[in-house]
Design a protein around this ligand. Structure first.
Ligand SMILES: [Zn+2]
Length: 321
């Protein structure tokens, strides 16, 4: 090799190194400027809330209003974005099975039917102590507790958590959550145990119907669960009941061992119990949690879901039955 060639190689390496460093610096700067922006927003937000509560309240009133069972959110004005708002309205229910409608700038965007539990089948005359949070990233979180008192509610009372969603300026985020799990959709929070007295109201990605779901923490109970083909039935199996049964949060799933486990499960009305069966919309049977296409989320979906007022089936070994 000539000196010329050596020189070209060394220059080439130097240029590549410089490009890599520039890309690295750029990414770092972007990260830092994002953090700074967030810090600045936090500061302004706190300052406004503490020192100018009347301005904060004025903006809050512009951002969200509640009339009867309708929630109106304004999302056209830029100055209302990038601020976290929380409203704590108490709804008075006037129907057996109330419906909460959510409007974004006069357009109906979500409709949550409050299906009732068998032990409290008529909500007429009861109150829903709610929290409506409209976050600066344009996500909306609503939850609350039912009470027969307009002024107070029990901490561990009958709770409802509505499926969070993004407003139209972040519509792509809603699309990215189609088929994903309860944690990704913000219906459960990792590290925070959801009260068993709370039910979730989900919205089908396909038919837009709302449906209510009750859940159990399967990890604490040392059980694995299996949905039937259209998830109308749910089977619970104790860890020790079947050899090689996958535990909750066990990430390595051996397909051969799993097939052997599934072979031992009882038949269902609609097909079979499978570890990767989807949790479906009860109205149109399309997948809500699409485990078939998102197998990697299955081990960490450790809350087992059942439709409201339905009971899961417990697995009993053939020779024990
Ligand atoms: Zn549906």
């Amino acid at each position: 090799m000539t000196f010329q060639t050596y020189r070209n190689i060394i220059v080439g390496i130097l240029i590549s190194a410089m490009i890599i460093k520039a890309i690295f610096d750029m990414r770092n700067d972007r990260k830092k400027s994002k953090q700074n922006k967030k810090r600045m927003e936090d500061f302004v937000q706190q300052k406004m809330k503490n020192d100018y509560p009347e301005i904060h309240n004025k903006l809050l009133n512009e951002r969200v209003t509640v009339t009867e069972n309708k929630i109106y959110i304004t999302n056209q004005k830029q100055n209302l974005r990038n601020i976290d708002f929380e409203l704590l309205p108490v709804f008075e229910f006037k129907e057996e099975k109330p419906v909460i409608e959510i409007y974004e700038d006069d357009k109906l965007i979500r409709k949550f039917v409050i299906d009732t539990k068998n032990d409290n089948p008529d909500l007429t005359g009861q109150f829903f102590h709610s929290s409506i949070r409209i976050n600066r990233n344009s996500s909306v979180q609503i939850d609350g507790i039912i009470s027969d008192n307009p002024d107070t509610h029990e901490e561990n009372g009958e709770g409802i958590r509505f499926q969070p969603f993004f407003l139209s300026d972040r519509e792509e985020m809603n699309a990215s959550l189609v088929g994903k799990g309860m944690f990704q959709r913000g219906l459960h929070y990792a590290g925070l145990i959801s009260s068993g007295n709370t039910r979730l109201i989900c919205i089908c990605d396909f038919c837009s119907a709302s449906f209510s779901v009750q859940f159990y923490h399967a990890g604490f109970s040392e059980i694995q669960y299996f949905y039937s083909s259209n998830s109308k039935e749910t089977l619970l199996v104790r860890y020790e009941a079947i050899k090689d049964l996958p535990a909750q949060t066990q990430n390595e799933i051996d397909p051969n061992k799993l097939a052997e486990v599934e072979r031992q499960l009882p038949k269902t009305k609609d097909g079979s119990f499978k570890y990767y069966n989807n949790f479906c919309c009860p109205k149109c049977s399309k997948p809500f949690i699409n485990f078939q296409e998102n197998k990697e989320i299955r081990p960490n979906e450790y809350y087992v879901n059942v439709y409201i007022n339905e009971k899961p089936i417990s697995y009993v070994k053939n020779n024990e039955a």
